[in-house]
Each structure stands twice: as C-alpha cells, then as structure tokens.
Design a binder for this molecule. Structure first.
Ligand SMILES: Cc1cc(C)cc(-c2cc(NC(=O)[C@H]3COCCO3)[nH]n2)c1
Length: 225
C-alpha cells in the first residue's frame, strides 16, 4: 500500500510543483527569456535546438531540422536516441513529461533559477512549453513512437504509445502564445538562418537544416561544417 500511496502522494506534490513552476514562467517571462518581443520569440527556437545540439554533442545525433510551418508553428526534429520515456521514480511521470513540465531552476551548472545570458543551457524545454499556446513532443526510441500534447505548459494528453518504429529521434512542434508574445509571433527567416549557421559552425559535424514552408515556395538551407 505504501508504494501506491508514495506514487499517488508524489504525483500530487509534483502536480503542484509543475503548476507553480509554469505559472511563474508565464507571470514573469522576462526572467526566463530575454524579452517577450521578437528577440524572446526567436529565443524559444534556440532553447529547443540547444537540447538537440546537446544530444549531438553526446555523439548520438548528427542532423537537426528546424521548420517554420504555416501559422508560424516551429518544428524541430533530431535523429538522436529520443528523450527517455521510462517512468521517473521521483515523480512517477515519464522522463519526457518531466523535461517539458518541471522547471529545472538549477540549470545544468547549478545556480539559481535566473536566466543565464546565453540561454538556459538545455533545460529550457519547460520554459518554451509554458510560453507556447500548444506544444507536442514525439519520441521515436527504436521500438515505438510516443506522443504527448501540452497547452500553455499543461499536459492535455498522457504520453501515448503509438505505432512501432525502428527509427530514433525527437520531434518538438510548438506555437508561441500570442498572449505572451503580444508584439509579434512572426519569425524572421534571416534571424534563424544566422543563428543556426553559427550553431552548426560551433558544433562541427552536426548538420542543421532550416526550412520555411510558410509561403508558396519552400525555402531551405543546410549548414554543416
Ligand atoms: C528537439 C529536441 C527538444 C528537446 C527538448 C529535447 C531533445 C532531445 C533530448 C535528447 N536526448 C536525451 O534526452 C538523451 C538523454 O538520455 C538518454 C537518451 O537521450 N535528444 N533530443 C530534442
């Protein structure tokens, strides 16, 4: 009984932690991203790409695709191992759900929950999730495709196990929340292009492709050094 109680209890406490963390991000976005203007909007993409780059630095990914879809929806896909889907003992939640809902205030290098100038060092996924009208994550772990959807940071589905697949990788699709980004939610291709080229240069061996499919003609650029 204790085991069940423990899981149930942990779930409740963690639920509260999740809601408090995400509420803080939505209340004071400027504490977590540069601004809620165009710079902050583009920063959302960089936070997600940073996670895929971490996987590449770990040696398990060599291709990252960033796509701007109609409606200024962003899709980032990597061909890494896939974020773990196993249940995390502490929270009783799948690890991938924790990545998107628990505010890892300490960051990778310890310290407080404050923003570090260069970004959130690969722990910004929950911040992006909190500031998105909706976000979906798809994980391919070589056995199945897993899927989960969030709205303004709150899970609106469980982690669903879907079709079998031999592929591995992670895809995150999100729409920035116009309630947060009041000035604009339109991405500038050149701004993303400049930053992604830089990231490809700094992380030699990782191919980064940028695709803009918002217009009649799809525009694409590949960066690989
Ligand atoms: C596009 C995107 C967005 C986010 C938030 C994470 C990732 C991501 C995270 C990882 N990999 C992991 O988390 C590691 C860590 O644990 C072992 C399996 O791989 N690959 N890709 C990719």
């Amino acid at each position: 009984l204790n085991e069940i109680t423990q899981t149930t209890q942990a779930y409740d406490e963690n639920q509260i932690q999740v809601l408090e963390g995400l509420e803080a991000v939505r209340k004071r976005p400027g504490m977590y991203i540069a601004s809620t203007g165009p710079k902050g909007l583009h920063h959302l993409v960089y936070e997600i790409v940073d996670n895929a780059i971490d996987e590449a630095l770990a040696g398990f990914c060599n291709k990252i695709v960033v796509e701007i879809l109609p409606g200024d929806i962003i899709r980032v896909t990597d061909n890494g191992r896939g974020i773990p889907v196993g249940i995390q003992h502490k929270t009783g939640l799948p690890a991938v759900t924790v990545v998107f809902t628990i505010l890892h205030a300490g960051g990778k290098f310890g310290g407080g929950g404050y923003k570090v100038s260069g970004g959130l060092h690969g722990v910004g996924a929950s911040v992006v999730n909190a500031l998105s009208e909706w976000l979906t994550v798809e994980v391919r772990n070589g056995e199945h495709l897993y899927y989960q959807r969030f709205e303004r940071g709150t899970a609106v589905t469980e982690l669903e196990e879907r079709d079998a697949t031999t592929e591995t990788g992670t895809t995150v699709t999100f729409k920035a929340d116009p309630q947060i980004f009041k000035e604009t939610t339109v991405y500038e291709y050149e701004v993303l292009q400049t930053r992604l080229r830089e990231q490809a240069f700094l992380n030699a061996g990782v191919e980064i492709e940028l695709i803009d499919s918002r217009g009649e003609e799809t525009v694409r650029n590949n960066f690989c050094y």
